[in-house]
Design a protein around this ligand. Structure first.
Ligand code: ZN
Ligand code: ZN
Ligand code: ZN
Length: 262
């Protein structure tokens, strides 16, 4: 199974429009970040985690000509605003794109993209075509092709959102707090992708030190940081602070995980 980090940046991406900070002005390619998302590829099945405003560019850049399903972590625009660009995959699939999310997230998508949720007879030709699957607590695993995904609870400030585990890999974005019952599902990981916003604390996101603390607690073999803010500074300014098994996530990074069984 291959994990593609197609975007690793904060909600505005890096560089931020008009910003003159060191990260935004950096000429290091590692400091260019699209909005946070990932594609998981088992070889025969490809799924996306989130469908943010950079979705089209991310799919083109990664050459993802096939997608079997989209799993949404939460309804913030930096994670769902690219939903309209699902249309080419409707053409490729010759049908609806399975989309997995919680009820509140589905309702938010219906408000943002009402034309995509109209009954087929009322929908204009060529509108996004979705096959919506609601994820409900208590979460059980979902099978898509040969990938088995287990959703788990993550808190983004007070907002309950989702992380996903597949085999020995787990994906967490926009987390500020991970409840104990989720921690218990995240033992024995080969690879953990987890958000780390900046050096200072934030009410909705883990800071770098909070993320490192959580990584130490979960003890994955390797961890990769995502959803980084320009406030973290250029990669070169903080990569040296990380333990040897913790890496700065970068756009375009590909991670290999062997064990795909839960
Ligand atoms: Zn976000
Ligand atoms: Zn900046
Ligand atoms: Zn968010």
């Amino acid at each position: 199974m291959r994990i593609h980090l197609v975007g690793t940046g904060i909600s505005q991406g890096i560089p931020v429009i008009g910003c003159r900070c060191a990260a935004c002005q950096s000429s290091d390619i590692r400091d260019k970040r699209l909005r946070t998302a990932a594609v998981i590829d088992s070889g025969s099945t490809q799924i996306a985690f989130d469908i943010g405003p950079d979705f089209r560019q991310q799919m083109l850049r990664g050459g993802f000509t096939h997608l079997n399903a989209v799993f949404v972590t939460h309804e913030h625009s930096d994670h769902v605003a690219g939903l309209d660009d699902i249309r080419p995959y409707n053409w490729i699939l010759r049908g609806a794109m399975p989309l997995y999310a919680e009820e509140r997230v589905i309702k938010a998508l219906e408000m943002h993209f009402p034309y995509a949720f109209m009954p087929p007879e009322k929908r204009y030709p060529g509108a996004p075509d979705l096959e919506v699957h609601e994820l409900k607590e208590p979460f059980s695993s979902v099978q898509v092709g040969d990938l088995e995904l287990l959703p788990f609870r993550v808190f983004h400030g007070a907002l309950p959102i989702l992380g996903y585990r597949i085999g020995k890999f787990a994906y967490i974005t926009d987390c500020s707090y991970l409840p104990q019952e989720s921690k218990e599902l995240l033992h024995d990981l080969d690879v953990l992708v987890i958000n780390a916003l900046r050096h200072t604390q934030h009410p909705m996101h883990l800071s770098l030190s909070e993320a490192l603390q959580l990584i130490a607690e979960l003890a994955p073999r390797e961890a990769y940081l995502t959803h980084l803010s320009h406030e973290m500074g250029p990669v070169a300014s903080f990569e040296g602070m990380l333990p040897s098994h913790v890496h700065v996530g970068l756009d375009g990074m590909e991670l290999e995980v062997q064990d795909t069984n839960l």
